[in-house]
Design a protein around this ligand. Structure first.
Ligand SMILES: [Zn+2]
Length: 331
């Protein structure tokens, strides 16, 4: 096992990097991804002190466990020269790469340009005609106004599906830096027990999600596209849509963790959100104090506040526009 002092390396080579207290505490810094090229100038490639590196935009194609490969690419040198920046050492494996650890196994032949696309049976949820109406009505049943739904489906690029295993679900894409990494489908049927079906990231899944949804944050791209005053961390995609849709014109945005707790890879994404937002708050479901405590303790180095819901509201997905603005607008 090898390790690299990335900060020293980047300073020496005049490579711009981003570090936060939190990222440094977990042992990595962020740089532009040299494989993504000039199309994306955000700092979305993490360099870990263990030598591993992962691009959030293409966590399959642009990642590796050999630091010499990225050094060669960054400064245009050969393997021998790259080796001079690397110290041989035995370090503990960090869980920074939990998100892509499954793909690390066949690191020598990475799946080039891992690409995920919607199957043709996924249709854009736009017009109120035919079968689409049932899916739009579901959003209305969850509290959105009839005149709001088309803007909601537009902001989150919602689709729907009427056949196969995704039938009867609103498809919610999960993107990081413009790249589709996975999706989850919310059933519109009361009788269906599995409320959310998420794309599997396991090898035999067809299609295969590029990343486990639990390692992603829903709505990351909207949140990092501009500056927001408050970013609210909630559990489910509907919680996100309520807070974010009603709040975004008032400096309030939201991201979703797809369940309770928060995983290491999600913390890495939160570090990047921290750079853009003034205040991070966690807003848990009613009676979910344990979950909130988990998130607060995992995020203590990036200063996340707790903001409980009013007593009569069960989860953030139940909030109406006025409540969203009152609750988060005064922070
Ligand atoms: Zn990349």
């Amino acid at each position: 096992m090898v390790k690299v002092d990335w900060e020293k390396f980047c300073t020496l080579q005049h490579i711009e990097y981003l570090k936060t207290t939190a990222s440094l505490a977990r042992g990595y810094i962020n740089i532009h991804c040299p494989f993504c090229g000039d199309t994306d100038r955000s700092y979305h490639l993490g360099l870990h002190k263990s030598g591993r590196w992962t691009c959030y935009r293409d966590p399959i194609g642009h990642k590796g466990s050999d630091p010499r490969r990225i050094i060669m690419r960054l400064i245009g040198c050969n393997y021998e020269q790259a080796n001079s920046y690397v110290q041989d050492d035995v370090v503990e494996l960090s869980d920074f790469d939990e998100a892509s650890s499954e793909f690390m196994l066949n690191d020598n032949k990475p799946i080039q340009h891992g690409k995920l696309e919607f199957p043709t049976e996924f249709l854009r949820l736009r017009s109120n005609r035919g079968r689409a109406r049932m899916y739009l009505n579901y959003l209305i049943s969850r509290g959105f106004k009839t005149y709001e739904v088309s803007r909601v489906t537009h902001r989150y690029d919602l689709h729907y599906c009427d056949k196969g295993m995704w039938r009867g679900r609103i498809i919610i894409p999960i993107q990081i830096n413009g790249k589709l990494l996975s999706w989850t489908g919310r059933t519109v049927y009361d009788t269906e027990e599995l409320r959310y079906r998420s794309l599997s990231h396991k090898k035999d899944a067809e299609p295969q999600g590029l990343v486990n949804v639990r390692d992603l944050l829903f709505n990351y791209d909207n949140v990092t596209k501009e500056h927001y005053h408050v970013c609210v961390i909630v559990e489910g995609p509907l919680d996100v849509m309520k807070v974010d849709y009603y709040g975004h014109r008032y400096g309030i945005c939201a991201v979703g963790t797809f369940g309770t707790g928060i995983r290491e890879a999600q913390l890495d994404l939160l570090d990047l959100i921290r750079e853009k937002c003034d205040i991070l708050v966690v807003c848990g479901d009613q009676n979910a104090e344990a979950n909130v405590m988990d998130i607060l303790s995992a995020t203590r180095d990036i200063n996340v506040q707790n903001l409980p819901l009013p007593n009569n509201v069960k989860d953030p997905g139940e909030l109406n526009k006025k409540q969203v603005i009152t609750l988060f607008g005064d922070l």
